[in-house]
Ligand binder design. Sequence first.
Ligand code: AMP
Length: 422
Amino acid sequence: MSAHLQAPKGTRDLFGNDVRDFAVLETVARQVFSLYSFEEVRTPIFEHVELFARSLGDTSDVVQKEMFSFTDRGERTFALRPEGTASIVRYFIEQNLAVKGGSHRLFYMGPMFRAERPQAGRYRQFWQIGCEYFGSAEPSADADIVIILATILKSFHIGDFSIHVNSLGCKTCRQAYRETLLGYLKGKESILSAESKERMTKNPLRVLDSKVDGPKLGDAPVMKDHLCGACRAHYGQFLSLLTSASFKVEENPRLVRGLDYYNGPVFEVVSPLLGAQSAVGAGGRYDELVSSLGGARVPAVGFALGMDRVVLAHQKLEKSALPVDGNGLLIIPMVDDALPVAFALAHELRSLGYRVPPVSAKKKLKNQLSLAVDLGANWAILIGEDELKTKEITLKNLQTRTQEKIAMKDVATQLKKQRTVR
Ligand code: AMP
């Protein structure tokens, strides 16, 4: 097939178990969010490119090299959203929600787009579920956000995972720490990679995060030891609230986030089942973002989880299957004349809640019966010449392999009876 007719590099078609698992994950997340009174928002898949450039920061990888941007016929430049927070903050500002005061809790789910180098668990179109909690500067809001993420992951069954946490401090203490770190890194410049040298000038905190250079910098000063009194107290309370709710976290003083807008507590959740791309979700506090995009000074904290990876971890533990709920049923017209009766019966039984795939008079009985098994059907209804004459059908129980004749008008009642006996 010509390359242009294949799915673009780094994208994939979801089908079967994947789609089913995505849908279940969405349902689980909606249930958990509703327990914390979060409301869903659906924003456009593309936004003005400036929104991302201004919110994610010019030094972030996403803005520098990963955005899918395009110019429309009116010479306006847009980008496919690379993440969800910028759009939700734009929505928050545009709707003037800050004027109402109090706190606002919003969540979203949908596809995101980044021109990254594809590999297992890393795609150019991937799905995120995320939330943003506006209007609370309290450590309990940070703790709630971590707990919501962990609860979704637990409820969806992805096995063990670890929650890594750190604090990035506020503008003031981070600036002082940045200087201290820069001084340290200058002394090590000769052993640093070109990428780290570039990061040093733009965002030195990210040098510690580097897979190549991080291990060489074991004695580097860490943010945690340079937090101001307020940031240290906030971080301490965040940790103790998580402990009081029995959530185990691991402090990782080198955890920084790839996006520039974070301050205060940040976190990342990692699954041991996933190899190189093991982060299943991450987030943190971002108190300056709303005002830096032209809104009021409103503190906020949020997370995003990667649905593709969460589903991957889940599938390593459990294979999802078609529902075996006793509702599947196949109707097989054995002769052409039986089609109208079969067609009408299929319609009637679906309206009663049975899962009945489309009826066909053209397929061989044997093929149809094996299809029934594939579909997780419990019964087959056969309608042939004899059945048309006697106005009865043959009801085959595919599990017990028994069959019986039933008057056509009694099919629904008989099925219901059998179902309660099962
Ligand atoms: P981020 O917005 O970079 O903090 O990412 C949050 C979560 O989204 C990560 O922990 C991953 O689970 C997921 N994620 C980010 N980028 C990708 C990608 N390219 N492909 C698949 N999942 C991703």
